[in-house]
Ligand binder design. Structure first.
Ligand code: ATP
Ligand code: MG
Length: 255
């Protein structure tokens, strides 16, 4: 059985700076896997590298058994591997629903031909409605991003990824800036995704969230894997505690 996502020895360098140093990681269907590490550890670079944002990457990435080498980012997204960004960029003059519709429309030759015959975006609308309900955004569907709280805008970023009906979503700090209550609610939504056929790779600094929702966690520091295991194993791992020493993050989390 091959993994849903299989990353082997991924390497990302910016000039002389090696940001991701031969990191291997896999996600199986139905899993929520965490990727954590201190600031600058290489988490965003890892996501950039595996979704093809960085042409000079090294290593091998395969998704559902097919290599992603040389694939363009939109081809990767269409194959079911979608990401969110650390800073959410929404279209300010589009409503929440319209922001999602733009993402859900995956223009292919087939859909373009279909739209000529049946000029509707029925499938896109269905996917958007599904994503909005899952993220509990129905009440703000017709609002503009400026009218939303920071937490709601982050959720729109997540819903926009989900509206593309991914098999795996890579989330880069989706809970940053959420308060405790919002983070708990977000964790419950995240946990429900595998039941909808969506697996998750979660990058976040909110240790309560990560330890509370992930099946497995991989910890990187200075671009290298320093630990991996279940939330309980990660909590007790001396190298993780040392990497986070001073921040008190791991010790404080009782998730
Ligand atoms: N475009 C870039 N050019 C040069 N160096 C970069 C670039 N992007 C990231 N880096 C460097 O690569 C390393 C990893 O950065 P990255 O943003 O991947 O870390 P991160 O784990 O996502 O951090 P954070 O938790 O702060 O988001 C850091 O040393 C960073 O300074
Ligand atoms: Mg980052």
């Amino acid at each position: 059985m091959s993994h849903l996502l299989d990353v082997a020895a991924l390497r990302v360098a910016y000039g002389g700076v090696v940001a991701v140093d031969d990191v291997s990681l896999h996600v199986d269907a139905g899993e929520v896997v965490g990727l954590i590490g201190p600031n600058g550890a290489g988490k965003s670079s890892f996501i950039d590298g595996l979704t093809g944002y960085l042409p000079g990457r090294g290593g091998n990435v395969s998704f559902e058994g097919s290599s992603l080498d040389g694939k363009r980012t939109h081809t990767v997204a269409r194959s079911g591997l979608v990401r969110t960004f650390q800073s959410v960029e929404l279209f300010d003059d589009l409503t929440v629903e319209e922001n999602l519709l733009v993402a859900a429309e995956r223009p292919t030759l087939r859909s373009a031909l279909r739209d000529l015959i049946v000029p509707s975006k029925a499938q896109g609308r269905e996917d958007v409605a599904w994503a909005m309900t899952l993220c509990e955004l129905d009440d703000v569907a017709h609002r503009y991003p400026k009218e939303l709280s920071h937490g709601q805008r982050k959720l729109v970023g997540v819903a926009r990824a989900l509206a593309q009906r991914p098999r795996l979503v890579l989330m880069d700090e989706p809970a940053a800036g959420l308060d405790t209550e919002e983070s708990l609610a977000f964790g419950r939504r995240l946990r429900s995704l595998p039941g909808h056929g969506v697996s998750v790779l979660l990058v976040d600094h909110d240790m309560g969230l990560v330890l509370g929702v992930c099946d497995r966690i991989v910890v990187i520091d200075f671009g290298k894997v320093i630990a991996q295991g279940t939330p309980d194993e990660i909590r007790a791992d001396p190298s993780v505690i040392e990497a986070y020493l001073g921040s008190g993050d791991v010790a404080d989390a009782h998730g």
